[in-house]
Design a protein. Sequence first.
Length: 369
Amino acid sequence: MKQLVLEDGTVFVGDGFGSERETIGEIVFNTGMTGYQEVISDPSYCGQLVTFTYPLIGNYGINRDDFETVNPAILGVIVKEHCDYPSNFRNEETLDSFLKAKKIPGISGIDTRKLTKIIREHGTMKAMITSTERSVNEVLSIIEDTPLATDQVKQVSTVKPYVVPGRGYRIVLIDFGMKHGILREFTKRNCHVTVVPYHTSAEEIERLRPDGIMLSNGPGDPKDVPEAIQTIRQLMGTVPVFGICLGHQLIALATGANTTKMKFGHRGANQPVKDLRTGRTYITSQNHGYSVDPHSLERTKLQKTQVSLNDDSVEGLEHEDLPVFSVQYHPESSPGPEDTAHLFDEFLQRIEKNQSITKEEPACQSVQI
């Protein structure tokens, strides 16, 4: 038996699966009906305990194709029921055996509906998965004395640059906790991608002579990576820049806007987003606990292009003068709908347009960010 103890003193008792180790992290919930393998392996969940609202998890097992990173950074898995005998033609192992191999603890048999309602009402908080042998007071003391990590990007970013070769446009992808789905979208389009660590300087990136710069998704508070904010500020205006999720928030900070922590965030594959330019609505995959403050955009040259239909939060930005744009959601899906995969094509079109303009202009002019 295991227990899940929340920071507010709420206790859930259930059956343990996966690793036997104890873990403390920020507890969040994901509303996706499928895609648990991609969620568990998404680096953006670094430092978090993820509650799955769908009642049965693990029913189609774990396969070799759906990973978003090699080594998951998630701290714990919380489910109503996990499946011991998955049935799917791609199944290669059970969720339990995978979590054991990756040293990720899980707890099942608890009321995940009640838990989700608590998080929605009180917001995300610290929690601990541990054995029932510990007293609740002891666990609460441990939780209180254990701060949440602020170096998640450092934990999940690549240590050194590497290349995914192609014959098309040369893309520098700054890895803040990149999902492999982003690479898949670029390789589909025959791009030559150089993936670099989150702290790579603007000078180093410019020496790679990129045609475009991609800012990946990633975990945590965007303000915890100030070096990246400065780098983005220097790079804007050189070549087209496209930001996803954390990259979206970093673009906002680099241009003078602000970001704030959300009460419980957006995590799921069914988030409706409206494009203010076309009036069209997309269903998107999302995973973030911070958002761009819409009021702070007034003092910048960023235009709000898309909004969430659930809470009106900022979902898309575009610079008035520079070839820079971003979205809060995941156009590469993985998991989720592929409604917005066309944004990768739009990014390449912006690169093509920028190169044609550059050829016509004899010299670059500085533009206010």
